[in-house]
Design a protein around this ligand. Structure first.
Ligand code: OOG
Ligand code: NI
Length: 272
């Protein structure tokens, strides 16, 4: 486990931008628009399988040991996912959203593939400093990737990319001279970035105290056991938070919006 929050997020960021070149370009774009070099990160998200060896708890332990506390929990029935979010008492630290796939709800074929992957992990690695940005700990074939893809985009993404932040999130509230998420979206589209339109370009809004948008994931090469394939890697998210009636900014997530944000790593842009 890391002993510094900054070191952990620096490791996550360095790994993330290697396969998400758009993130660097978006920093430049927003930096030029606002005169800022200090883009504030609202949160990151991590994914895993609910298998005992690597479940949500194993990932969360890295944040709990740094003083984070568990806050909300979420259920995504049709995607077969359970999630929790974590916050630090010092709210200048990014929030963390961790989900896990309920493997036992998949077909026997998909379960067998996932067990074959998880069986290859040394149980000790989940406690290593760099585990949360260590990628895969298994060999996977293109055929198995495609079998998973037909049943669960999430399972296929995990099999190909493993342990790493699937997105960082620009805090729109902390941008100088840009106040609204819709203005961020316009700048991104003008610059040629493709937004996730599932559930609309903006998910949520002032009524749920959180408005979110995201790019569609970049594409990057993955070395499968039987060759290289270019597939969706990671994306960038944009979040605008609103105040609750007590005057404090809402710090949680919104399940209906999150359900659509997951689709930013889909192979095909969904229509709704
Ligand atoms: C997480 C999707 C949910 C949010 O901000 O609601 C999310 C994921 O894609 O793993 O990030
Ligand atoms: Ni997010």
């Amino acid at each position: 486990m890391h002993n510094s929050i900054d070191a952990l997020f620096a490791g996550l960021w360095a790994d993330y931008i290697k396969i998400t070149p758009s993130a660097d370009k978006i920093h430049q774009l927003l930096g030029n628009a606002t005169g800022q070099t200090d883009i504030v990160n609202d949160h990151i998200a991590l994914r895993t399988f609910n298998t005992e060896k690597v479940n949500l708890e194993k990932l969360a332990a890295h944040f709990l040991s740094l003083g984070y506390k568990q806050k909300g929990d979420y259920d995504f029935a049709s995607k077969k996912l359970t999630a929790m979010h974590f916050e630090h008492a010092d709210l200048t630290n990014p929030k963390v959203f961790i989900s896990e796939l309920r493997v036992e709800e998949l077909s026997d074929t998909a379960q067998a593939i996932i067990h074959k992957l998880v069986d290859q992990i040394d149980p000790m690695v989940t406690t290593h400093d760099d585990f949360l940005y260590s990628g895969t700990h298994w060999q996977v074939s293109q055929a198995d990737y495609k079998t998973l893809l037909a049943e669960s985009e999430y399972a296929a993404w995990m099999a190909a990319w493993g342990y790493r932040a699937n997105h960082f999130t620009v805090s729109v509230n902390h941008l100088n001279s840009i106040d609204e998420l819709s203005d961020v979206n316009s700048k991104l589209k003008d610059a040629g970035f493709r937004l996730n339109t599932s559930g609309g370009e903006i998910k949520g809004g002032e009524d749920v105290c959180l408005a979110q948008s995201s790019t569609m994931a970049d594409s990057a090469d993955v070395t499968f056991s039987d060759g290289v394939l270019s597939i969706p890697s990671c994306f960038y998210e944009f979040a605008q938070r609103y105040k609750l009636s007590n005057g404090e900014y809402y710090q949680g997530f919104v399940a209906a919006s999150a359900d659509k944000i997951f689709e930013s790593t889909n192979t095909n842009v969904s229509a709704s």
